[in-house]
Every structure is written in structure tokens, then in C-alpha cells.
Ligand binder design. Structure first.
Ligand code: KG4
Ligand code: ZN
Length: 336
């Protein structure tokens, strides 16, 4: 049987990325042009700045992805692109590059949901047996997703307010950590102790939903209060206490979902899936279950935004003949 090669584009937020993925599981090339430095001084992603950066690099990194994979357009079976959710102007740069390439070459187009991409990053790490359960934790989303197969799924849990990554970034601001703050807070957490005992919202509730805004407020209030008293709090203990609260809730709810749904595989995806505290905790807790599912944690560089995960997700759609037309448009608030 012939190998299927997909050239994928990702430009939903602050990384422009292209990749060639073989058979939905093998990365033949991956180029990620990050804009983090350009946004850091604004404390978050500036949409207009993001679009400009995407447009500056997209042609060049398309050539690089093909060259690195040793491919010409003749070797490509489909062109995949993220069409949402994300920043509309940013999404449109990837979509227009993909549409132009599809129109010029006649290669079919596949539209991919960014969140499905994060979940599909697992395919690049290991084989996934279904049903699978995914904890999808990123800057914009925090969801527990039950997958019957690679393209049929049900959201069993969601955040009621802030996403986990968003909470990291917001408390990072208070600690003077540049956006995106998750990685630094994670490192600090490993050097401190959980001394503050911040709230674990909804941890005992009989559902799989999350809420992180109360934790964020408790954290900010603690810092402001200490400020007013002229006290200096230990930033490592603050980070450790915050992370312990986030990880406790994510782990408790996910383990309960695993017990109920008995998936064959547990997958983690999204930027926060790079969190070392969360990865260790999930592996530990799953190991102790009576019937542990196989655990698939993508390597750190495939947790954040990248085009390889989009190529992996697109392969599943390719096999089902789910192609997009040249009238494809961005859907900034696309829901899984
Ligand atoms: O998936 P992603 O690259 O973009 C979105 O789709 O949102 O996720 C970015 C988020 C940011 O909020 C960032 O602070 C967070 O992932 N993040 C982390 C870690 N690395 C990145 N959060 C916690 N611990 C980390 N090690
Ligand atoms: Zn993402």
C-alpha cells in the first residue's frame, strides 16, 4: 500500500509551522517559527503582530518543510491546514497559503481543528488503541475528550472559565514572568513547596468540568495582600502551591473519567501537557489503577503548537475522504 504524505500548515496563534507527515505518524520534517519574543513585551499575543510575522515566514518555511523531507509537490498527497479555533487574521495566513498551494498543484485540501490536532499529536509518539481518553490542556482550552476512534469523539469535561494555560500565564504576570509563563512556573514549582494551600475548585464535584478563575484570584489576592503588608513571598513556594492546585484538580478529574470510561489509551495534548509536574503525576496515578490504560504523552516539542500534529489529524480525515473546498474560511471560535 502506498505511503500517504501530508504537508501541513499551522498558524492559529503565535507559531508559524509547516511539516510533512507520513501515514499520520511519522514526521519527515517539522519547521516551527516562533514569535514569542515579539509578543513578550506586550504580556500576551498581539493579533496584528502575529499576522504580520506569519505572512513574513510562511513561504520560506513551506519550502523548508518540503526540502527537509526530501519532497517535491509530486510527493504530497494532501495539504492540511488549521482553520480554527484561533486568531482570525493568523488563521487566514495559513489557510490562504494552503489554498494557494492546493489551487496551483491540484493537491486536495484538508481542514483541521486545532484542538483535534493537539489530541492527534499522540499518534506521532505511539500507536493509539481506541477507545481513547484525552486530557487536552492548552492556553485556550481545557477538556477531557473521549474518542471512539480517531475522528469520533465526545467532550466529557470542559473548563467553566479560564483554561489551565491561561491561568499559568495570568499568575505569571503577577510574578513578573514573561508570556507564556507555563514553563518557568513549572521549573520554579520544582524548587518550592506547597505552603499556600490554594483552592482546588470543583475537585469533589460529580462531573468532569474544571474552573481555574477562583484559583487565579486567590493567588493574586495572596500576592497583593503580602504587598500591602510589605511582605516578600517566596516565588518558588508560590509557584509550587499554584501548580499543586492545578495538577491536583486535573489529575483527580481525569483519573475519575478513566475509571468510568475504561479507555484503552490515555493521551495528553496541548501546551500544558509539557508540564513536568502534570506528566509525572498522571503517569504515577495511572500506574496505580487496577486496569491502567496505555499512557501516551507526546514529546515536549509536540505539546505546543506545531504543524506535525495537524498533519497527523489530517491523515485520519484523509482516510475518510473528508476534504475541504477552496472556499474554506477561518472559524476563530470553532468548537470540537
Ligand atoms: O497549545 P499551546 O502552545 O497554544 C494554545 O493552543 O493555547 O499552549 C500554550 C500554553 C501557554 O498558556 C503556556 O503558558 C502553556 O501552554 N505551557 C505550560 C508549559 N509549557 C507551556 N503550562 C504549564 N507548564 C508548562 N511546562
Ligand atoms: Zn494550541
Amino acid at each position: 500500500k502506498k505511503d500517504i504524505r501530508i504537508l501541513a500548515f499551522e498558524s492559529s496563534c503565535d507559531e508559524t509551522s509547516t511539516s510533512v507527515v507520513k501515514n499520520g505518524s511519522e514526521i519527515e520534517s517539522l519547521v516551527v517559527a516562533t514569535q514569542i519574543k515579539s509578543h513578550a513585551r506586550f504580556g500576551g499575543v498581539v493579533p496584528e503582530v502575529a499576522s504580520r510575522h506569519h505572512i513574513e515566514v510562511i513561504t520560506q518555511i513551506t519550502r523548508e518543510a518540503l526540502a527537509e523531507a526530501g519532497c517535491t509537490w509530486q510527493d504530497i498527497d494532501a495539504i492540511a491546514v488549521t482553520y480554527g479555533p484561533g486568531l482570525v487574521g493568523a488563521l487566514l495566513i495559513g489557510i490562504n497559503a494552503a489554498k494557494a498551494a492546493s489551487m496551483a498543484t491540484g493537491i486536495p485540501l484538508i481542514a483541521v481543528d486545532h484542538i483535534m490536532g493537539h489530541i492527534s499529536a499522540g499518534q506521532l509518539a505511539d500507536t493509539i488503541a481506541y477507545p481513547a481518553l484525552a486530557l487536552q490542556v492548552s492556553g485556550g482550552h481545557t477538556e477531557i475528550v473521549l474518542l471512539k476512534d480517531p475522528t469520533h469523539f465526545e467532550i466529557v469535561g470542559d473548563t467553566r472559565d479560564d483554561a489551565a494555560g491561561e491561568a499559568y500565564d495570568k499568575i505569571g504576570r503577577v510574578l513578573g514572568v514573561n508570556y507564556p509563563a507555563g514553563k518557568t512556573i513549572d521549573q520554579w514549582a520544582h524548587q518550592g513547596k506547597d505552603t499556600f494551600n490554594f483552592p482546588r475548585a470543583m475537585i469533589d464535584e460529580d462531573n468532569y468540568d474544571f474552573s481555574f478563575s477562583g484559583l487565579k484570584s486567590a493567588f493574586i489576592n495572596t500576592c497583593h495582600h503580602a504587598d500591602q503588608l510589605g511582605q516578600k513571598l517566596d516565588k518558588y513556594d508560590l509557584a509550587a502551591s499554584f501548580q499543586a492546585a492545578v495538577v491536583d484538580v486535573l489529575a483527580a478529574k481525569t483519573i475519575r473519567a478513566i475509571k468510568q470510561y475504561q479507555p484503552k489509551t490515555f493521551i495528553m495534548g496541548g501546551g500544558v501537557a509539557a508540564n513536568l509536574g502534570l506528566r509525572e503525576r498522571m503517569e504515577e496515578e495511572i500506574k496505580n489503577l487496577a486496569q491502567p490504560p496505555k499512557v501516551v504523552l507526546p514529546p515536549l516539542k509536540l505539546c505546543g503548537d506545531n504543524a506535525a500534529m495537524i498533519g497527523a489529524a489530517a491523515y485520519n480525515l484523509y482516510k475518510e475522504g473528508k476534504f475541504a473546498g477552496l472556499d474554506l474560511d477561518a472559524d476563530p471560535s470553532l468548537e470540537l
